[in-house]
Write a protein that binds this ligand. Structure first.
Ligand code: AMP
Length: 130
């Protein structure tokens, strides 16, 4: 493990680089399922549903409200990518898109991302509860 890996806190909401920038830069591996000029989609390392994919804009905003205020077109790209990935993953029977925002919602990576959940019958809050 490099010194950078050992010292960098990739989950703190402190404005520093998160692990998602490193996935986008191909510095750490991820199971990437789809990519556009502005977004990337990869499988969540700890899936909370049969299909659990993260959709991430390549430009960093801390949460979905900041993204919406700063660049609504990029937010639309994130949702469009989620829809495309749902199609590619065969989620025609339904899926859920979730943006955790802030500590009370369980947000751990402060680079906005959509959770795309599906591939099974989801409960009122799905299996996605932490
Ligand atoms: P959130 O808790 O909403 O910030 O979501 C962060 C998500 O990132 C969690 O569901 C984690 O399981 C997922 N995650 C953390 N590290 C990785 C990784 N290296 N590759 C893919 N997903 C990850």
């Amino acid at each position: 493990m490099s010194e950078r890996d050992a010292t960098e806190d990739t989950t703190a909401d402190n404005g520093s680089e998160t692990l998602f920038e490193r996935i986008i830069a191909r510095e750490i591996p991820a199971d990437i399922v789809y990519e556009t000029d502005t977004t990337i989609a990869f499988r969540d390392i700890k899936p909370q549903a049969a299909t659990h994919i993260l959709v991430v804009p390549k430009t960093r905003y801390r949460n979905v409200a900041e993204l919406a205020a700063a660049d609504p077109r990029l937010l639309a790209d994130v949702i469009a990518t989620a829809g495309k990935v749902a199609e590619l993953e065969g989620l025609g029977n339904g899926y859920r898109v979730v943006f955790n925002t802030g500590a009370d919602a369980g947000q751990t990576v402060f680079h906005v991302h959509a959770h795309l959940l599906g591939g099974e019958q989801l409960g009122p809050f799905g299996r996605y509860s932490q």
